[in-house]
Design a protein around this ligand. Structure first.
Ligand code: DX5
Ligand code: ZN
Length: 222
């Protein structure tokens, strides 16, 4: 697997001081900034559009921005977030009528492309696009809200996804997990095969970001 990446989700950040808060969590040791983009159509919540990505880039955030599109339709948002400086764009296969084309659209814009699997979504969408995905994101909660509990069945699904990646020979593909990740469960999640960890409330609800990120890294190093 790839070196472990910790990707705080800005869903739980201080939106009144977003630039400063993102800068603080990166200084505290985070690797990637995870954007939870929700449209109140594909998921029952509404967050933000590509202007927030543009704003953070012009604020001076140069770290990778990992855009998780919980939107339908997908393609227009792919274009907007590519223009806004996204580094990774993932979408839910159920939300695109042409999954292969949407993946190619992301890659044609120079970003890494990936698919996101809800807890009950089977992995077989991967079977015909393993040559096109750079990222596989498994939801360990039902999408729409931060602060939910990790669904334990995700561990078996991670092992299955890791097997598919190994079998494809494309060991550069990152396996990301999103939802209810914290210091207590991150080791088991890594042992199941994940190498990228989204955490929103577990990090942003803490008074000191470095303490919790260091604790996560200590668990990953065991
Ligand atoms: C759900 C969101 C959340 C968020 C992580 O749609 O994708 O999973 O990133 O939130 P926490 O870490 O608070 O569960
Ligand atoms: Zn997410």
């Amino acid at each position: 697997t790839q070196p472990y990446w910790i990707a705080p989700s800005i869903l739980s950040a201080d939106f009144a001081r977003l630039g400063e808060d993102v800068e603080r969590v990166l200084t505290a040791g985070a690797d990637v900034v995870h954007f939870d983009v929700m449209d109140n159509h594909y998921v029952p919540n509404l967050t933000f559009g590509s202007m927030i990505c543009t704003a953070l880039r012009s604020y001076g955030i140069t770290a990778p921005i990992d855009v998780h599109l919980m939107v339908e339709p997908v393609d227009r948002m792919i274009e907007y977030f590519l223009e806004a400086g996204a580094s990774i764009i993932t979408f839910h296969p159920e939300a695109s009528h042409h999954i292969d084309r949407s993946l190619q659209l992301i890659k044609s814009g120079g970003a890494k492309a990936g698919l996101v699997f809800n807890p009950a979504t089977p992995l077989h969408y991967l079977d015909y696009v393993m040559d096109k995905v750079d990222q596989v994101l498994l939801m360990s909660v039902n999408p729409g809200f931060g602060g939910q509990s990790f669904i334990p069945g995700t561990l078996d699904k991670l092992r299955l996804a890791r097997q598919k990646i190994e079998q494809s020979g494309r060991t550069d593909i990152r396996l990301e997990v999103d939802g209810g990740v914290n210091v207590k469960n991150i080791r088991a999640i890594a042992e199941a095969g994940a190498d990228m960890f989204v955490a929103g409330s577990a990090i942003f609800n803490q008074p000191d970001y470095k303490t919790v990120i260091d604790a996560m890294r200590a668990e990953l190093a065991l």
